[in-house]
Design a protein around this ligand. Structure first.
Ligand SMILES: [Zn+2]
Length: 86
């Protein structure tokens, strides 16, 4: 007679929940706050600047264009009284 050992197969299915839920909603990485008008705008609204962390300028396009204009005017004004010697 052959006695068959019945090994009760105890299968413990340990389901490791690997899916970590990141509930911490910090900032939307696709948007950025303009340092000038302080409005939150999508990254596309910022000019590219590889030197910056996010690769974007700290000013939105509207502000940067305005700043650029102001800067240009300033430069023009600054160059007026000074005569460039050639
Ligand atoms: Zn702005």
């Amino acid at each position: 007679m052959v006695k068959r050992k019945k090994t009760a197969a105890k299968k413990k299915v340990d389901r490791k929940t690997t899916s970590k839920k990141k509930a911490t909603r910090k900032q939307d990485p696709k948007s950025k706050q303009c340092a000038r008008c302080l409005k939150r705008k999508p990254l596309d609204s910022f000019g590219k600047n590889p030197r910056m962390k996010l690769g974007r300028k700290s000013y939105c396009r509207d502000c940067s264009s305005e700043l650029q204009r102001e800067w240009n005017e300033e430069q023009r004004e600054a160059q007026k009284p000074k005569r460039k010697r050639r």
